[in-house]
Design a protein around this ligand. Sequence first.
Ligand SMILES: Cc1ncc(COP(=O)(O)O)c(C=O)c1O
Length: 411
Amino acid sequence: MSMATSPHTALFQSRTTPFRLSSPRPTSFKPASVKCATQLHTQPPPLTHAQDRVFNFAAGPATLPEKVLLRAQSELYNWGGSGMSVMEMSHRGKEFLSIIQKAESDLRTLLQIPPEYSVLFLQGGATTQFAAVPLNLCSPDDAVDYIVTGSWGDKAAKEAQKYCKPNVIWSGKSEKYTKVPSFGDLQQNPGSRYLHICANETIHGVEYKEYPVPQSGVLVADMSSNFCSKPVDVSKFGVIYAGVQKNVGPSGVTIVIIRKDLIGNAQGLTPVMLDFKIHDDNNSLYNTPPCYGIYMCGLVFEHLLEQGGLVEVEKNNKKKAEILYSTIDESKGFYKCPVEKSVRSLMNVPFTLEKSELEGEFVKEAAKEKMVQLKGHRSVGGIRASIYNAMPLAGVEKLVAFMKDFQAKHA
Ligand SMILES: Cc1ncc(COP(=O)(O)O)c(C=O)c1O
């Protein structure tokens, strides 16, 4: 890759004097040579967890693979020899087109998305899809069904009330969202246009291990917090949507995977930005998309493929979840996870301390050891460890060692 010498060259920082956000602006820049810039591209990134990074257990935005961050860093200033950052590119130029097309193609490979499905890169978060799904899939008088296994499913059902006639056919609210219903007992409304589920409830840590087959209409899933964490048979769904900021990228990108025959029936009042047909007809380029976020998702997809795809990714995720849940279960009640064992999330592990007054100290002490964002969601309290794809096994091992120590000190 060649790097032309230009007035901009002076802005390069040598790798030995990194420009930290917290550092005062240097008074003089060290001009970097073409050779230095080339080195940035060719140096293999370190694979071990860097000393100055924390283990970030946040629920989203969440930790990203170090390898991806380092690659993005190396390509930030001049992507692929284009002389531009991805942030500066026209979304209609050949460079960005190659980025979005490769991101889509890699995602199709990862999830084995059948050709009769479209992939859309959108904005507005999964919350926008709570409205976009009913607006695109049904008329105002149509019935639709929701299974509510947590706060996100609840929000989705409430938003749908504005655009159609949603029925909550099962809710886990009275049991504090710790279960998924058995599908045999579910009664859908005849003529329902879709059955909506939240595949992984991020706050409550409840995850579907298999999916219901709708008696009426198509299956729609909010997969925001377990997207690309395991293989999924896309053909069982009408629509899958996900905000990417947990497993596959920075916030700002929402991915929708939709069966093509469901596109093109949006209600008349649907804003263009929520109309799947507009985005599908324009290959997600109707307006300016979140280019840099899409580029980052593309890097993550490549990284997941390099790891051997989602079968391998799931194996890793199971291993991490297993050591965390067994530490909780073997703590003789010092730690407790309220979620029914068969539906415990591989991604978000909520737990409480028997001595709840120690939870604040737990979070504080863990942070001192560079394990951050362990506080449970403000609506439920307790502790939550989000262990998405990019959380290394070493991070979970460090957490369970800390938990055992903490218990020994306070039991
Ligand atoms: C499962 C689930 N659905 C929806 C949302 C809302 O996503 P956004 O903030 O991207 O709109 C979240 C956010 O955490 C989530 O975890």
